[in-house]
Design a protein around this ligand. Structure first.
Ligand code: NAD
Length: 260
């Protein structure tokens, strides 16, 4: 890479986003990190990644559940590096309840972060990409962007929406040097899923390890978790020149969950 590419990864202080940030850093991208961290934790993360990979880092603690927060993140990246080459829309939250008991404020919060934040970020970052004739947009949806599961009305609706948004952006940018794809992971062992396993263990009165095994068994035929590192390397490939014609796709990484 002649000039360092600049990547913005939302929700990159934890879990999948952090795995993606680490892979992009390993492939030489400068990073703009984002997530809900204390300034001390964010400084430590920025310094550690900069030192390990010899890249430059910046951090924005913007709350992406509002359009203004997303604008703040994109503007921070533009101000610090002058451009955005790779935008990864990863930040997301979960809440589970039957649809008729689903709290309205949880619905609104999930739609705002898991779907609308990606729209706001793409809308603001895309003009610069089109001007430079190069850009990579990667949305992190879920298998729940392709299939449903009980008690996840807001999450499934938002993730299906994200897959649809990715297709439209790919069509509108086709041939411009910009690509847009949506990654659909199955179970990944992160704080978001650890909480669901703990809830399951408590509800069934079983040990955490058993609940974790049951969770995999139920949906993911490989019975193995997808890892943040595996997703990071996929995103690094999507950001590479080799993926120039790979656009408009929903890519499942799910141990065959959606194959049956
Ligand atoms: P996580 O809870 O480990 O990380 C979420 C990240 O988002 C953190 O950095 C957090 O600080 C940030 N965040 C939360 N609310 C925010 C807000 N309002 N503004 C800005 N940042 C915010 O979760 P994860 O499992 O790594 O999930 C990352 C993405 O991957 C989510 O979109 C999730 O839906 C998706 N996903 C996860 C799994 C899984 O099994 N873990 C599977 C498929 C898809």
């Amino acid at each position: 890479m002649q000039q360092h590419s600049v990547a913005v990864v939302t929700g990159s202080t934890s879990g999948i986003g952090l795995g993606i940030a680490r892979s992009l850093a390993a492939h030489g991208h400068h990073l703009v990190l984002n997530g809900l961290s204390t300034p001390l934790e964010a400084d430590a993360l920025c310094a550690a990644l900069a030192q390990e990979f010899g890249i430059e880092t910046a951090y924005s603690g913007a709350d992406l559940s509002h359009a203004d927060g997303v604008a703040g993140l994109i503007d921070t990246a533009q101000a610090r590096f002058g451009r955005i080459d790779v935008l990864v829309n990863n930040a997301g939250i979960q809440f589970t309840a039957p649809v008729h008991e689903f709290p309205v404020e949880r619905w609104d919060a999930i739609l705002a972060l898991n779907l609308s934040a990606a729209f706001h970020a793409i809308r603001r970052a895309l003009p610069g990409m089109l001007e430079r004739g190069h850009g990579r947009i990667v949305n992190i949806a879920s298998v729940h962007g392709l299939v449903g599961s009980v008690h996840k009305a807001a999450y499934v609706a938002a993730k299906h929406g994200l897959v649809g948004l990715g297709k439209v952006v790919a069509l509108e940018t086709a041939g411009s040097g910009v690509t847009c794809n949506t990654v659909c992971p199955g179970w990944v062992l992160t704080p978001l899923v650890e909480k669901q396993i703990a809830e399951r263990a408590a509800m069934e009165g079983i040990p955490y390890a058993q609940a974790s095994g049951e969770l995999l068994e139920e949906k993911q035929p490989s019975k193995q978790f997808v890892t943040p590192e595996q997703l990071g390397e996929l995103v690094a490939f999507l950001a590479s020149p080799a993926a120039a014609q790979l656009t408009g796709q929903a890519i499942a990484v799910d141990g065959a969950w959606t194959a049956r």
